[in-house]
Design a protein around this ligand. Structure first.
Ligand code: URA
Length: 210
């Protein structure tokens, strides 16, 4: 059975995403909006995280209360645009560890080429949440998760802001066990591998490099 695609349609997320798509939006505003959306998406992505009971004292009495073990979570940022998701996610799960995967898209073949890979120790004890704003062809996402699976994390989820139907199909056929969380599924890819209508190059808009 294929893991679900969670299309997160919360009005706050949709509103902020619309602002991000606008071509005249400043780098500063684009970055801030992605940070805000990440926090809101973290809420959905962590919805079924296991909790454990600990004993605490309220001002009135002792009680058993649930806590999440954030140290068991690893956010895996696909460089470089994945970095835009990190701060917001860490605001919500501050104890999480962070891994990085560096991939670039060969502009001619659109194939993902790895140039960096660094994960925390004990990956087999951790739930991995992979972050990349754009699921376009799916090549980078598939390659990142292929590589991540070599470290044998307990579970993997994939979070993006926008997905193209082609990328979703590619990703799900390569990794049917990995659920995808996205704020939008756009119409299609163009001939350069950009999502349309999309929001342009997420990395350039995030870092102001164009
Ligand atoms: N990467 C981006 O940043 N934008 C796209 O539309 C596709 C891939």
């Amino acid at each position: 059975m294929t893991a679900p695609v969670h299309h997160i349609t919360h009005p706050l997320i949709q509103h902020k995403l619309t602002l991000m798509r606008q071509k005249d939006r400043s780098t500063n505003s684009f970055r801030r909006l992605l940070g805000e959306i990440s926090m809101l998406m973290a809420y959905e992505v962590t919805r079924d995280m296991p909790t454990q009971m600990i004993e605490i004292e309220t001002p009135l009495e002792t009680m058993q209360a649930p806590v999440i073990d954030g140290k068991k979570t690893v956010f895996v940022s696909i460089m470089r645009a994945g970095a835009g998701f990190l701060d917001g996610m860490l605001n919500v799960v501050p104890g999480a560890r962070i891994g990085h995967i560096g991939l670039y898209r060969d502009p001619k073949t659109l194939v993902a080429v790895e140039y960096y890979f660094k994960m925390p120790a004990d990956m087999h004890e951790r739930d991995a949440i992979v972050l990349d704003p754009m699921l376009a062809t799916g090549n980078s996402a598939v390659a990142a998760v292929d590589r991540l699976k070599e470290t044998r994390p307990k579970s993997i989820r994939f979070v993006c802001l926008l997905a193209a139907p082609e990328g979703l199909q590619h990703f799900q056929s390569a990794h049917p066990d990995v659920p995808v969380y996205t704020a939008a599924i756009d119409r299609q890819l163009d001939e350069h591998g950009y999502i349309v209508p999309g929001l342009g190059d997420a990395g350039d808009r995030l870092f102001g490099t164009k």
